[in-house]
Write a new protein. Structure first.
Length: 510
C-alpha cells in the first residue's frame, strides 16, 4: 500500500474538521442549471441571473475575506468569486478547508469583473467531494490571447497510468477521446444509413482465426476446455453472410499476444464489415468514401495534418499494386521470385528474416521496411501474393495473387480488405498450407477451422470484407503520435512506485 505523505495527511485532517462541523464531504447529488460552457456562451442572457454550476477547483486566490477560484467541469472552466460577507461565517470556514482538486457546487449571480472575465458571484456553495490526494499543479497564463502552460503534467508513463489525472489537468486530452467517440458514432451512422446490420460475435472462441497473430489463452472451468480471446471476428461475420445476412458489421475488441510499440497495443478496436455480392473494387471506393466522410463530419475538412505532414483524404485515392510498390522503392522486381530468391533479396536489402518464414512473410517484411513508411498520402496497396492472404479470393487475372488491398496513410496501414474467398476446397488448401507453416515454426500462421469450412460448404455468396483499425484511424484524425494517446487505459508494465510530478499544495496562496 502506498505511503500517505504529509500533504495527504493535511487533507485528511481537513476532512475530519469538515465532518466535525456536520458537513457531509460526499453528498449524494447536486442539481445544476448550467454547465460552465453554457454560462460563458450565454452571458448576455444570464447576466445578473442566478445559476447553479458544479466542478472541480483548479485554482484559488485568497484575499483576506474574499477569494477567486476557477472550477472545471467536462465542458470548460469558469471563475467564481466568494466573499465572506455574502456566504456567511460558516460557509467561509468551510471554504478555508477546501483544496485544489475538491469538487463543489455553487449557486450565484453571473457578472463580469473589471478585467472583463465572466464570473459567478457565489451566494452559497456545497462541497460535493473532498479530494484526499493533491493534483500536480499546472500553471498557465494567457499571453496575447494564447494559453501558455508552465510545469505541465507531461510525464508520458504517468499520464498513461493515471489517465484520470491526465484528463483533469490536461483538458485538451479530453478532446481526443471526444473525437474518438464521434469517429465511431459517425462510422456507425454511415453504415446504418446504407442498411448494414450491427451484430455481436464471441470474444471467447474455441478456435481463434481471421488473422495471423498469436492469441491470449484462457480456460473455461465448467466446460473443461481452453478458450482464446479473439484475434479477429472475420470468420464469425462470414458465417452470418452464409446464413443470409447481406451486410453486417461489428465494432470489436480484439486481442493479439504480440509486441507493443507506438502502433500496437495487445487490446485494440476494429470495425469489420462484410457485404454480399460485392468485390474489393467496390470496397475500395466504399472505404475512401467512409474515411473522408468521417473526417469531414468530425473535423470539418478532408485536409488534415498528421505530425507535421499535410494529408488530403479527398477521394479518389491512389491504387498501387504491391509488387510495383516494392520495385518503386527498392528497384527490385520480386513478382516472380521464389522463396530462396526472396531470402537473397532480403539479405541484399539488409532485412532480417527468420528460418521458419515463408515467402509471404518475407515479402511483408521487405514491404514494411522499404515501402510503407514512404506512403504518406492515402494509397491503396492492392493485389497481394497468394501466400500472404489465406482468406482472400484468387485474383481473377493472376492466380498467384489475391484480390486484397490495404489503405495506407501517413506511412501506416489503417485497414485490410478482400474479395472474400468462398470456395471451401480452396479455403481448406490454404488452411492446410498455414498449418504447415506452423509446423515450421511460424506461430502467427492461421489455424484450420473445420466449422468455418463447413459453413462455406453450405455456400457463401460473393462477398467483400473490410477491417478498419479504429485506434490508428483516431491517431490519424487527432494528430496523436502513439496508440497509447488514443486509448484511455493502455496496457502497461507493472507499476513502480511513482508519484505525480510537481506535487505541491496550494493552500491559500496562488
Amino acid at each position: 500500500m502506498e505511503e500517505v505523505n504529509q500533504l495527504m495527511l493535511q487533507r485528511r485532517e481537513k476532512l475530519k474538521k469538515l465532518r466535525a462541523m456536520g458537513i457531509n464531504p460526499y453528498p449524494y447529488k447536486f442539481d445544476r442549471t448550467h454547465t460552465t460552457a453554457e454560462v460563458l456562451q450565454n452571458y448576455t442572457a444570464l447576466e445578473n441571473q442566478t445559476v447553479r454550476v458544479a466542478g472541480r477547483i483548479m485554482s484559488r486566490r485568497h484575499m483576506g475575506k474574499a477569494a477567486f477560484m476557477h472550477i472545471q467541469d467536462m465542458h470548460g472552466k469558469i471563475q467564481i468569486y466568494l466573499k465572506k460577507d455574502v456566504v456567511g461565517d460558516r460557509l467561509f470556514e468551510v471554504y478555508r478547508l477546501l483544496d485544489i482538486g475538491d469538487i463543489i457546487g455553487v449557486e450565484g449571480q453571473v457578472f463580469k469583473t473589471r478585467t472583463g472575465e465572466i464570473t459567478i458571484q457565489v451566494q452559497s456553495f456545497e462541497l460535493l467531494c473532498k479530494s484526499l490526494r493533491p493534483l500536480p499543479i499546472v500553471k498557465e497564463k494567457i499571453v496575447d490571447g494564447k494559453r501558455i502552460v508552465y510545469d505541465p503534467f507531461s510525464d508520458k508513463e504517468l499520464r498513461y497510468r493515471q489517465r484520470y489525472v491526465d484528463l483533469i489537468v490536461n483538458p485538451e486530452v479530453r478532446q481526443v477521446f471526444i473525437k474518438r467517440s464521434r469517429i465511431i458514432a459517425t462510422m456507425r451512422q454511415f453504415l446504418d444509413s446504407r442498411g448494414y446490420l450491427e451484430v455481436e460475435t464471441p470474444i471467447l472462441q474455441p478456435i481463434y482465426g481471421g488473422a495471423s497473430a498469436r492469441p491470449f489463452v484462457t480456460y473455461h472451468n465448467a466446460l473443461g476446455m481452453k478458450f482464446y480471446l479473439r484475434i479477429a471476428n472475420e470468420l464469425y461475420l462470414k458465417r452470418l453472410i452464409v446464413g443470409g445476412f447481406e451486410g453486417v458489421y461489428e465494432f470489436a475488441k480484439d486481442f493479439r499476444n504480440e509486441g507493443m510499440d507506438r502502433f500496437h497495443n495487445p487490446e485494440f478496436t476494429q470495425m469489420e464489415l462484410y457485404v454480399a455480392y460485392r468485390d474489393y473494387h467496390w470496397m475500395m471506393q466504399f472505404t475512401e468514401e467512409l474515411i473522408s466522410s468521417v473526417a469531414r463530419e468530425v473535423l470539418g475538412t478532408t485536409r488534415i495534418t498528421f505530425q507535421g505532414q499535410e494529408i488530403d483524404l479527398t477521394p479518389p485515392w491512389r491504387r498501387l499494386p504491391l509488387f510495383e510498390a516494392i520495385k518503386e522503392y527498392t528497384g527490385m522486381d520480386l513478382s516472380e521470385a521464389d522463396e530462396p530468391q526472396l531470402r537473397e533479396a532480403a539479405e541484399r536489402l539488409h532485412v532480417t528474416v527468420e528460418d521458419g518464414w515463408g515467402a509471404g512473410k518475407i515479402i511483408d517484411e521487405i514491404f514494411s521496411e522499404f515501402v510503407e513508411p514512404n506512403l504518406i498520402q492515402p494509397t491503396f496497396i492492392i493485389d497481394y501474393p497468394l501466400e500472404m492472404s489465406p482468406l482472400a479470393k484468387r485474383h481473377r487475372e493472376n492466380p498467384r495473387l489475391v484480390e486484397r488491398f490495404e489503405p495506407i496513410i501517413a506511412g501506416k496501414e489503417i485497414g485490410n480488405a478482400f474479395s472474400e474467398l468462398n470456395d471451401p476446397l480452396d479455403q481448406r488448401e490454404r488452411f492446410e498450407q498455414q498449418m504447415r507453416l506452423r509446423e515450421l515454426g511460424d506461430e502467427e500462421a492461421q489455424v484450420l477451422d473445420e466449422d468455418f469450412l463447413r459453413a462455406l460448404e453450405y455456400g457463401m455468396p460473393p462477398t467483400a470484407g473490410l477491417g478498419i483499425g479504429i485506434d490508428r484511424l483516431t491517431m490519424l484524425l487527432t494528430d496523436q503520435p502513439s496508440i497509447r494517446d488514443v486509448l484511455l487505459f493502455p496496457a502497461m508494465r507493472p507499476e513502480k512506485e511513482v508519484a505525480p510530478e510537481n506535487e505541491t499544495e496550494n493552500g491559500d496562496g496562488e
